[in-house]
Design a protein around this ligand. Structure first.
Ligand SMILES: Nc1ncnc2c1ncn2[C@@H]1O[C@H](COP(=O)(O)OP(=O)(O)OP(=O)(O)O)[C@@H](O)[C@H]1O
Ligand SMILES: [Mg+2]
Length: 457
């Protein structure tokens, strides 16, 4: 604060004494030692002098008319700007003064007149040195506090960056995984689509041709009711009546099979529309059915494994405006998890999917400032009667990379990505109820109309 400081600066001292001889004596002693000295003859001037320019130390006479040294000291100590200036009291040995009071009002030391030069200098120097030490300690302390704050901030920045990195990495992995899967599925769908179209498209033509041939045979039979032995033998050999009946069945099952392949191809194509990242109107039930179709191989009975029964309890739902391909990903994750949870179960293996429409129960807390007014929610529940989870597992399921499945079986990303999609992208909710040994239910709530500008891209 002191602007006059130079290299050989020793200190600025305010000397307050109403006796001119004393004042002159003190000034000359101190000036000889190289101090800057400001003499003032009374309390009032002492106060204004100290406040106008902060001294490093004050020598203060106690007995003065109008305002005594105690009063001056009290006022200086009461002022935040001047309270840290060390004050040394001076008073004559024969004056009836209270030394204890001098310390009580905030003095740091006490000198009795007549004084010895050496004593004055020693006390002044000691207190200046103490003052300097205190200041430098304070500065160091301030610096440390600042450094600490800076460190804390850097630390927080690092934590934030790390979190951001992790979540970007997850998104990258997941979108890479989904993109690769999407490409593969799209490729397979495309490859199957053409040949299956040949089969499907030609079945009714084949039926037509067969009918024509049959008509021809029947006409022959009418016109030539007595065929030659050779023809009769061939007809018996091929069991013409059976052939005609079986041909119909054969065609029917080929048609059902081909239709089924077409459906699967259709599901694959709809599932693989990953790059179509935009918002569109989605028929939730149709998309869930598509996802189930893709998981068919894991649902049906195989070897000793029992079939998984899928119970659908679909309510009346409107089309939902959403990031459709992302919601498909959520259905896929929830259904795959439910199937995994039923893996080692013997008795009835059941997945129940129910949907309904509701008013929002609660709105996502961090978006409270921008509520989605009057919005309806679709509620999708996926329940399994599988192995369930205990509290410890349940508390971590939405954490990225948390998995209880062995290496190579789970990445632990399914639910964390689903959480992001539902909560962050769609401002919805995802929660879970589970009882160990009994099963798990996931509840997803999605607003019917996604307000695009509220959505974090
Ligand atoms: N329906 C459920 N029943 C029991 N536990 C479940 C169920 N769904 C999820 N979990 C538990 O939550 C964990 C995390 O699930 P998440 O889908 O995030 O990862 P994952 O299935 O292990 O791996 P992946 O990335 O392949 O999906 C699972 O490992 C499992 O312990
Ligand atoms: Mg999973």
């Amino acid at each position: 604060m002191n602007v006059r400081k130079t290299n050989n600066y020793k200190g600025n001292i305010l000397v307050v004494d109403d006796t001119p001889q004393n004042l002159r004596l003190l000034v000359s002693i101190l000036q000889k030692q190289g101090y800057e000295v400001r003499p003032v003859p009374n309390g009032k001037l002492a106060l204004s002098g100290a406040r106008g320019f902060l001294p490093d130390l004050i020598l203060l006479d106690i007995m003065m008319p109008e305002m005594d040294g105690y009063e001056v000291c009290s006022q200086l100590k009461a002022d935040a700007r001047t309270k840290n200036i060390p004050i040394i009291f001076i008073s004559a040995i024969d004056e009836l003064v209270d030394k204890v009071k001098a310390f009580e009002v905030g003095g740091v030391d006490y000198i009795t007149k007549p004084f010895q030069v050496e004593e004055v200098l020693a006390r002044v120097e000691t207190h200046l040195a103490l003052q300097r030490l205190q200041k430098s300690l304070q500065n160091k302390n301030d610096e440390l506090t600042k450094a600490n704050q800076y460190l804390q901030k850097s630390n927080q920045d690092l934590v934030d960056t790390l979190q951001q990195l992790q979540s970007t990495q997850e998104e990258l992995i997941q979108s890479k995984k989904m993109a690769a899967l999407g490409h593969l599925l799209a490729g397979i769908a495309h490859e199957i689509n053409n040949p299956v179209s040949f089969i499907y498209g030609n079945i009714h033509i084949a039926r037509g041709y067969f009918k024509d041939l049959l008509r021809l045979v029947e006409l022959y039979e009418q016109i030539y009711p007595h065929p030659t032995l050779e023809i009769q033998q061939l007809a018996d050999e091929m069991d013409l009546d059976f052939l005609v009946k079986d041909w119909q069945k054969l065609m029917n099952s080929m048609q059902v099979g081909a239709e089924r392949i077409c459906e699967i191809v259709h599901s694959l194509q709809s599932f693989s529309r990953r790059d179509e990242a935009g918002i569109r109107a989605m028929d939730i039930h149709a998309e869930i059915d598509n996802t189930l179709l893709l998981l068919q191989h894991r649902l049906r009975a195989e070897g000793t494994r029992l079939e998984i029964q899928v119970i659908k309890d679909y309510g009346q739902l409107p089309l939902v405006t959403c990031y459709a391909s992302q919601l498909n990903q959520v259905f896929m994750n929830l259904l795959s998890n439910a199937i995994d949870a039923l893996d080692n179960k013997t008795s009835p293996r059941i997945i129940t999917i129910s949907t309904s429409l509701s008013q929002p129960s609660k709105i996502t807390s961090d978006k409270e400032t921008e509520p989605i007014s009057n919005s309806q929610f679709v509620v999708i529940r996926v329940a399994d009667n599988g192995l369930g989870m205990d509290e410890a597992v349940k508390n971590q399921i939405f954490d990225p990379f948390f998995t209880t499945k062995g290496v190579g079986n789970g990445t632990g990303l399914g639910l964390s990505i689903s959480y992001q999609i539902v909560v962050e992208k769609h401002l919805g909710q995802i929660s879970c109820i589970s009882t160990p040994g009994q099963g798990t239910e996931f509840i997803v709530e999605i607003p019917v109309h996604l307000v695009a500008n509220l959505v974090k891209q």
